[in-house]
Design a protein around this ligand. Structure first.
Ligand SMILES: NC(=O)c1ccc[n+]([C@@H]2O[C@H](COP(=O)([O-])OP(=O)(O)OC[C@H]3O[C@@H](n4cnc5c(N)ncnc54)[C@H](OP(=O)(O)O)[C@@H]3O)[C@@H](O)[C@H]2O)c1
Length: 356
């Protein structure tokens, strides 16, 4: 068993749920040869908690100090920086700096924040390769449902040439609710109460969250070099509710579709309201569901549908990234699932025997 030291940068809804999941999945992690120890937690308003008393927050320097204190684990490839700070759509910071600092200090980095892959995927991947560490971000798109892992781990040699998807839960839920007569404000309030809308809800309704995910997908799957600001973008407005209801009456569905495609050297990416025919797979993606259709050269189109989303799924993405890191370690344990525990067999009762 290898003890991984975790530095948690950001400890809000996702960070706390991840910490809880580590406890709940302790037996699974042990079977994978993973033990974890939280070396420190950094948040903006609580500063740094590591061992003894909390120390004040001095921005990225606090994170760099904490990494430096875990030198032995870093040298041995056992240090993992878990980045779950708030998304900043202007520049993808401070998350991108945290990822860079983690890799430079010898840590693997896993994150649910879209910023780093959306703004600096190529540079951070290169830094990870040079440092012989991993930079993983499964939770950035469709929570714990494998999209990046699916392509990276299970589709060797396959080129992804494009994708289309419904990848923002808040706006899809709102469009579905407004088709049924809900108001824009009412539907948004429901998503905020469920903890699904971003802290700044304009990131969702103005299409920024979808644009960040589109950039992350295009950078990682299509080898693009774009930021969310280069994604053509549209959001939803109260008027979209009327359009959605009209579309539904004519057996069509209004959806906020994220898409990207490569043609030669050029990658184009956009987030736009589209009226889909009823038999389009994406037309049936209801409420809080998400889906993405990947276009590939060798296996045609692959659709991944997520029927429900939430904090546990996002936290699971971090757990799966941690497992990916551990499985790549030389001498890692076999990754086959153990057989399910068979229910205890009871001999049939005499009365049963008679009726058979
Ligand atoms: N919630 C979801 O369902 C979901 C799903 C997929 C992806 N994500 C992504 O996961 C990330 C975390 O989401 P969340 O819902 O957990 O957010 P959250 O509850 O708002 O928590 C954010 C955390 O980041 C900390 N933080 C913010 N700026 C910081 C800085 N400069 N340095 C250090 N810590 C900082 C906050 O600390 P203070 O509280 O002390 O300010 C807080 O602990 C976001 O990037 C989000 O886009 C979330």
């Amino acid at each position: 068993v290898t003890t991984y030291e975790l530095i948690l940068v950001g400890f809000g809804r996702v960070g706390r749920r991840f910490k809880g999941l580590l406890d709940e999945k302790r037996a699974f992690l042990k079977r994978e040869g993973i033990d974890v120890r939280v070396a420190g937690v950094v948040t903006r308003s609580h500063g740094c908690t590591s061992g003894g008393r909390p120390t004040p927050f001095h921005g990225t320097d606090t994170v760099i100090d904490l990494i430096a204190r875990s030198r032995a684990a870093a040298r041995e490839g056992r240090l993992v920086l878990v980045e779950t700070t708030t998304l900043d759509i202007a520049r993808g910071e401070p998350a991108t700096t945290h990822v860079r600092a983690g890799l430079a200090g010898g840590a693997h980095v896993i994150t649910a924040n879209k910023g780093p892959a959306a703004f600096a995927y190529q540079a951070l991947s290169k830094a990870a390769r040079l440092a012989e560490r991993r930079f993983l971000f499964e939770g950035a798109v469709m929570d714990g449902v494998p999209v990046f892992n699916l392509v990276r781990e299970t589709l060797p040699g396959v080129n992804v040439s494009g994708f289309r998807g419904v990848i923002n839960t808040t706006t899809n839920y709102m469009l579905t609710a407004m088709e049924g007569g809900a108001t824009f404000a009412g539907a948004l309030a429901e998503m905020q109460a469920a903890g699904i809308a971003e802290a700044d809800a304009s990131l969702d309704v103005d299409g920024w969250d979808a644009a960040a995910k589109t950039a992350a997908l295009a950078n990682a799957l299509l080898d693009a070099r774009i930021t969310p600001h280069q994604v053509e973008r549209e959001g939803i407005t109260p008027g979209s509710g009327r359009r959605a209801a009209e579309a539904r009456r004519s057996k069509r569905r209004l959806k906020l579709i994220a898409s990207a495609g490569r043609a030669g050297d050029r990658v184009t990416a956009r987030v736009a309201l589209e009226e889909l025919p009823g038999d389009d797979l994406l037309a049936s993606v209801e409420g809080p569901q998400n889906a993405i259709v990947l276009q590939t050269d060798l296996v045609g189109e692959i659709a991944i549908v997520q029927r429900g989303s939430g904090l546990t799924q996002t936290a699971y993405a971090l757990l799966s990234d941690l497992t990916t890191i551990a499985r790549a370690r030389p001498g890692a344990r076999a990754t086959l699932r153990p057989p399910p525990t068979a229910p205890a067999r009871r001999s049939p009762s005499p009365s049963r025997r008679r009726t058979r």
